[in-house]
Design a protein around this ligand. Structure first.
Ligand code: HEC
Ligand code: HEC
Length: 489
């Protein structure tokens, strides 16, 4: 991924703000030497140098990781953006950088889109999904039968892109209303989580989506069938989807890192352990809750079913009994099977008392940053097991350490789920074309009908691939129509 051309030399830019609350972190944008805390003084930074503006560390990370060039100048001529490294500062031909607040919004929006969530997985160019380009949409999602919806083009292309004003965008994210089909809702888009983001964050995402390059891609019409009956859900004053109803913090009062908002949108009651934790742990918990429950939408994959979808009063309520206990099954799209060496995966149990994630912070960071889970093998040796698709670790690994630590704190301080909800989830079913692709510990073989490895030794189904069963001590695929294949665990 190319770093964004934020380091815009010769721009004669002004950096106006007194700076946002945070000083730039140790790593400055794109090869810059990172001058801490120089706020708003030096408008021009010399030849081949860079404008120094006081951006938050998340915004700086956002500029570092954006895979596309961004429109960050006041000029409307996008062809000049960031491309210019030869001209001196302050020449009359080069456009000025946008005001600091606007840059902050765009950079921070990039952080939200490219690190803390994973819009591109569905809206294009994510993890090899067939798509025409970055965030330009068109990926089909089958809803069974003839029903299919397509992710939309979120780029600012005048003919085929996102046409929404900021206000309309926020309304879409908050109520799920489908801009193309007013009165209906978006069915695949995880807006039931995103709707809890702050106005501040939704605006930042919008600013980023306006700054990415336009890409022409006409997205086909959806065929929603009977699912067209669902109506947009007015955004409530209180968080009312969990075990406890809580007031959302007043958007006008300060809420650093949306810690208070995170507390409000935690679907479970707070534990004793949390109440007696020290202040910094409590802060991490709130920040982690904000990320997990709004921005990163973890439970939309790690809860099965994540929400109550029967029309009525409980529509969209989180199934709190099995909150984050995994068990959703994902068929790997055929073009990705050979690359990821899997045909099917199942989201992991993160909060079960017996079967949930109980790793250390270091284990968690290894999973997110390297995409491998440290696991003790049967011989007691530590093995590194690749984390299966579609867990968005390739995006999440771009989060700043502070945010990853907060997520870990939230997940591990979430009260453990017990009983039937404490699912023994399964690892991915591995892809193969011949027996030699499987050659595991104990004479595994390839079932060519479904291209997956079976025959490994097992004590129970939990030792086998997603939706496989344990028959006489060996993993097997008995029927691909069992409830697991349809509904997951
Ligand atoms: C799980 C897949 C998925 C993810 C993740 C996802 N979207 Fe979507 N999105 C869709 C699909 C599919 C549609 C349209 C059809 C539907 O959902 O019924 C859509 C529609 C939209 C629309 C409506 C646009 C219009 O003009 O019609 C917006 C806005 C949007 N998404 C923004 C986002 C943003 C921002 C993110 C990341 C924070 C995101 N989406 C993440 C699948 C996804
Ligand atoms: C798009 C769906 C999706 C989203 C969103 C998602 N996950 Fe996952 N996650 C998965 C799948 C599938 C697996 C199982 C991977 C495997 O079998 O190797 C997984 C595995 C994991 C694991 C590894 C557990 C282990 O013991 O090996 C952790 C930890 C995890 N997810 C945490 C999270 C957190 C925290 C979030 C939100 C910040 C999140 N996930 C969001 C799909 C998702």
């Amino acid at each position: 991924m190319a770093a964004a051309s934020f380091a815009c030399s010769g721009s004669g830019s002004e950096s106006r703000g007194p700076g946002l609350s945070e000083t730039p972190g140790p790593s400055g944008p794109a090869g810059q030497s990172g001058r801490d805390g120089v706020d708003g003084r030096d408008g021009r930074d010399g030849y081949g140098g860079t404008a120094t503006v006081a951006l938050s560390k998340r915004a700086i990370r956002g500029f570092e990781i954006t895979p596309v060039r961004l429109a960050i100048h006041t000029s409307t001529d996008t062809s000049t953006i960031g491309a210019d490294t030869s001209e001196g500062a302050g020449t009359s031909t080069s456009a000025a950088l946008l005001a600091t607040e606007e840059l902050e919004r765009i950079g921070y929006g990039s952080y939200l889109v490219n690190a803390a969530s994973d819009c591109a997985a569905c809206h294009g160019m994510g993890m090899g999904m067939e798509a025409t380009g970055y965030l330009s949409g068109g990926t089909p999602f089958s809803l069974g039968g003839d029903m299919v919806v397509y992710s939309r083009n979120l780029t600012p292309d005048a003919a085929t892109g996102m046409m929404l004003t900021e206000e309309q965008f926020i309304r879409t994210m908050r109520t799920g209303e489908d801009p193309r089909n007013p009165g209906e809702i978006l069915l695949v888009m995880p807006w039931p989580a995103y709707r809890w983001m702050s106005d501040h964050d939704l605006r930042a995402i919008y600013a980023y989506l306006r700054a990415i390059p336009a890409a022409r891609n006409e997205v086909p019409d959806d065929m929603k069938g009977p699912a067209a009956m669902f109506e947009p859900v007015p955004f409530p004053e209180t968080y009312d989807e969990g075990d406890v109803e809580r007031r959302l913090p007043d958007p006008e009062s300060p809420d650093e890192d949306f810690v208070r908002r995170g507390y409000a949108i935690n679907p479970l009651e707070e534990s004793e352990e949390l109440r007696s934790a020290d202040a910094s742990t409590q802060k991490e918990f709130g920040r982690g809750s904000y990320l997990v429950n709004a921005v990163s939408a973890c439970n939309e994959c790690h809860g099965n079913p994540a929400r109550d979808l029967t029309p009525g009063d409980n529509f969209l309520h989180v199934n709190t009994a099995n909150y984050l206990t995994g068990g959703e099954v994902f068929d790997t799209p055929p073009p990705l099977q050979a690359t990821f060496r899997q045909v099917r995966s199942m989201s992991a149990n993160l909060t079960g008392a017996e079967n949930g994630f109980d790793g250390t912070l270091l284990d968690f960071l290894t999973i997110i940053e390297e995409g491998v889970a440290p696991e003790a093998g049967s011989d007691g040796e530590l093995a590194l097991d690749p984390v299966a698709w579609p867990m968005p670790w390739p995006m999440f690994r771009h989060m700043i350490l502070e945010d990853l630590v907060s997520i870990y704190t939230f997940v591990t301080l979430t009260p453990r789920r017990t009983g039937d909800a404490d699912k023994r989830t399964q690892e991915e079913a591995r892809y193969c074309t011949t027996d030699t692709d499987c050659d595991g510990d104990g004479g595994e073989t390839c079932v060519t009908a479904s291209s997956e490895c079976v025959g490994g030794a097992c004590g129970d189904a939990g030792d086998c691939g997603a939706c496989q069963t344990c028959e006489g001590g060996l993993c097997a695929v008995t029927s691909t129509t069992s409830s697991c294949f349809v509904e997951g665990l």
